[in-house]
Structures are given as C-alpha cells and as structure tokens.
Design a protein around this ligand. Sequence first.
Ligand SMILES: Cc1ncc(C[n+]2csc(CCOP(=O)(O)OP(=O)(O)O)c2C)c(N)n1
Length: 636
Amino acid sequence: MDQKKILPRITTPHQLRRLTDEELVRLAEELRDRIIEVVSRRGGHLASNLGIAELTIALHYVFDFSRDRLLWDVGHQCYAHKLLTGRNADFDTLRQAGGISGFPAPDESPYDVLATGHAGTAISTASGLAWADKHLGADNRIVAVVGDASIVNGLSLEGMNNLASLERQFLVVLNDNSMAIDRTRGGMARALDLIRLTHAYSGLKESTETILHRLPMGDEITDALRHLRDGFKTTIRGQQVFEALGLGYFGPVDGHNIPQLIRILRRLANINRPVILHVHTLKGRGCEYAVEDPCRFHSPSAYTVENGQAVFSANAGPTWTQVFADALVAAARNDDRIIAITAAMPDGTGLDKFRESFPDRYVDVGIGESHAVAMAAGLAKAGLKPVVAIYSTFMQRAFDQAFEELAFQKLPVLLCMDRAGLVGSDGAVHHGAMDISMLRAIPGMVLMAPADAAELRAAVTLGLSLDGPAAIRYPRDEAPEDLPGGCPPFETGRARVVSEGADGAFLCYGVTVEHALAAAEMLADEHDLAVGIVSARFAKPLDVTLIAGLISSGKPVVVCEDHATAGGFGAAVLELAAERRLSAGNVRLLGLPDRFVAHASRTEQLTEAGLDAAHLASAMKDMIQSPTGHPARQVM
Ligand SMILES: Cc1ncc(C[n+]2csc(CCOP(=O)(O)OP(=O)(O)O)c2C)c(N)n1
C-alpha cells in the first residue's frame, strides 16, 4: 500500500475530520482515480460519480451518517460514498456476481439507508423518515441528494410539495450538473440555467456563504429567509420555483470547493426547516474524455485507455436496441405521423438515432415516464403515431397511463420496451421482470416479443399499423439475426413454428427461442430426442389454436420466458388451458423466480434463473422421462 495515499486509510467517514483541507482535496482526486480504475475494468456509472466526489466528502465531513441519514436519488452516484464508508477494499468487485452493488445497498453497509435505482424517490422516502423521527422523538438529521434531472420527476415534486408542512431539519442537496444522461431540457433546466447565469453575472459568488453566516438560527429563520427572498427576487428568479414550494433556497455554490461546502453545510445542518442547497458540479470532472462526452461516459461498459482516449471492444453483432432504432427510423421515413418519445433515455433506447434524422418529431420529456405515456395518448388522439421507447423497468412508473390514457381510450400508441428481462450488472432494481404481468391485465393491449432481429422489425411495423395500444419487449443483448426458416408474416395473435419435434416442444416468448434452439441441439446430440420450438410472438392475444393444440397433444411443453413466471406469458398459457378445460400436466413453466436476482452478468443471471440452454434441456429431459411429473410438493 502506498503510505502517502489517504483513501486506503479511510475505513470510516469519521476519519475525514482529522484531515486538513489540502488532504481533503487530495482525497477527492484519489476517489476519482479509484472510480476510473475500477469502472474502466468493470463498467458502471462514471461521469456522475466523478462530479460528486467533493460534495460526498463534505457531506460526510459535516454530518454523521452513522446516525443522520443520507439518501441518494437514483443512487447511481454513490461510488465515492461507498469508498468512504468501508468499501474501498472490495470496490474491485463492483457490479460483479457476489460483489459490491452499483447502487446503494443496505445489506452492504448501514450507511446505505435504502436500496434504490429508480429516479425521484429520495425526497419522498427521506420525508417519511423525517416524519417518523419527529413522531418518535428522534433528532437525526436528514439529507437527500438529488440531481437536476431527477428533481423534476413527478415523485420528487410531490415530495417537495409535501415538505412545506414538515417543521424540522431537512436538507435537499440539488446536485446540478446540467445533465441527465443526456442534456437536461425543459422548464426546470431553463430555470436552473437562469439561476446559474444571474449568479455569475451579478457578482454574488460569495453571497450564499455570507448570507448563511449572518443568518440567525431557530424561529427567526423564517423571517430571515423571507428577507433573503425579497432581496434577491429581482435577480434570482429561478429560485422562486423552490421557494413557492416552501423550501428555503441557498446557492448556487461551487460543488468542487470542499472548504466552502463544509462551511455552508455546517450552517445548513442546523436550520430547523426544509431547505435546499443548490450545488453546481461538473459531470465527469477530472477525466478529460468523460467531461468531453458525459453522456457516453454516464454508464460505460468496460474499456481500455489508449493515448488518453477510451477504447471499447466492438459488439459481435447489432443489439436489439440498434435493430429497433433502425426499424423506427426506416418506418418514420415513410410515415411523417410517427413521433418518438423518450423519458431522458435517448442513448439507451436508441432514439438518439431518430433524433438525428427527425429532430422535429422527437421528444425528450425528461425523467417523467408517466408523462411520456400520457403525452403519447394526446398525440395519438390528435391523429399522430407516437412511439414511446422506454426501459421495461421504468414502464412500471407508467402503468396507470397505459391503463387509463391508452387502453381505456383505445389509442394507438406503441410502447417499445428495451431492457426487458434480466439486465446484468445494473442488478435487481433494473430487471424488466413485470411488464407482461402489468400490461396483460389491461383490456385491449397487444403484447409482442420478437425472437430475432427480423421479428423485431416486423413487430414494429405491425405495432404501428394497429388501431389500439401495443407493446414490444426485447432484452439488453445482441439480437440474433437469422433463426431457421426466415421470418414468416407477423400477424396479430399468430405464433411461429421455428422447428418441429416429435418428443416435445419449447414454447418460447421472445429471446428465449435462442436458448431453446441450443437446448434442442443438446437434446438431439446427447439424448437423441427431437424437440420442436415455437416462437409465441404474442402474449396477448395468444395463438390459442396452436397453443391449445400443443397442450392437448399430451407431449411435454416447456414454456420459457425472460420474465417473472407470476402473471407472465406462461400464466397466460395456463389460463388458456383452464378456460378450455385442458389438462396441463404436460406443461412446465420456466421464467424468473419469485425473488430479486442480484447483479451479475446477464449470462450468469440467466443460468441462476434456470433459463440458459443447459437448464432448458434438462427441464425438457425430465418432462420426457417422467411425463406424469413429480409427486405434489408442499408450496411454502
Ligand atoms: C424512473 C427512472 N427513469 C430513468 C432512469 C435512468 N437514469 C439513471 S440516472 C439518470 C440521469 C440522472 O440525472 P440526474 O438526476 O441529474 O443525476 P446526475 O447523473 O446528473 O448526477 C437517468 C435518466 C432512472 N434511474 N429512473
């Protein structure tokens, strides 16, 4: 160990208080070096974590989060926090199976209050903790750190609105780096720009600190804040957004000046009402390529550095995201009613490509999935053809809009759900494990899952031609291009027989066809068994004729889906059997288990969930060898 290094000696944040200002500044650099070193090997959230190193140090310096509470919104920016709270030695295992999670994880450390990953929750949950503390007579201080993109999420705004009635300490730290994953847009982004600009031009750089220094504590604070607001309202209009919600506003301050941050946080820590500190940081700070392209380096996969530039290994083939993006751009060339909507994920969903070709037909609503889907309903009502490109896990935020605004109105909106199924190292909070269960319950929904790239293109074409809402799901993976037999016409409610087999059938939804093909090959090679494969294509409406035929054949049917078995495609198959009064003893469901699957590679997770080729083959072999099944086991 390098004796001069500070970070390896920090095992608890209490040790920070023994460091000089100069050592704290060095520590921020060491945190960044460590984050870059590990993320370049493991992949993970980079640019946001580099920008927040100083702020994290200052927060841990001032507060005692072994009793105070620190909540990170989304949680992707918690790496420096992890390194300062006893996890430096294990940090090499970041996002690996059995290793450190990329998000806050209470099972790793008592310093992580809640496990998170979705945006907009910190203020709400922190306010619950604050209410509880007050009720229980505790006086732990509470801090919620929220990015400028997440603070406009509906949940954040609902939480802030509710803070007005909280009469106790509560600090919201707004970490403003002008970026979501891409640049933030919209009214709040403009208001924050305005605050920064007026601040810069009016020579008020030192004002926050000076004001805080003069500020009386206790009951007089309300008056003082009113004066503060009156004094600056002509110059700093943007802050009124927060003040209208009843929050005392301070800032903006330089989020990279540790001594100043410490002084300001010390004063704010003793204010007995909800306040917001607006901190300005640079996303990617300290790493040239991340500063230059913070979007690319928001959450890069592993890379190497050559001549100061990051070099990524190429994909073997196109990803599902790329196939979708190309299919949508191609469709939009022939139909100018197509409008694409993303909720702050242009890069992840592939819509950046659409934006390039059709900037006037592209909408980024910010982190507001409910709004994205409701807005799409309005566009459809007006005669346009909206496509919402969204991650399956974030579609959970818009369930009610899919029900009321889309299906209830029978509006033709196409939901293209990327990252459906297991997502790999982002872990449990990001799996797309529930979209079928959610959407299948909604009358009038058409649900599709392509098995290969050709089917995805066909599903997009079909989805855009329907006169009601539809959803397509596809995973975070490379898309197989050529399944056997070409791509027969893609018609609503019609499955595709990929291959025939006399001994049984894999009935697959979406990407699992690929694993079933490998399983069928194993069964043929190793056991001389001939097992067929069906790509169901639709979870709603089902191909009832084909599926009822498979069930009533009496031959083993192994249903495979990269989704929770609870309420998923397999459940639809069993519902069909029940409706038709077919005995379904020959049907076995394989899907995601009823527990949260932790971070690991997607391949490892598929194996853990029993969805890899070897597990599929062994499930089928069992079914063929003991067709009557096992004696009933007690279900816990
Ligand atoms: C509900 C939801 N939608 C989308 C995302 C994907 N996402 C993760 S981080 C992020 C950007 C967050 O920006 P900001 O809050 O400003 O934090 P920063 O990364 O700039 O620190 C997005 C869109 C998410 N985690 N949760």
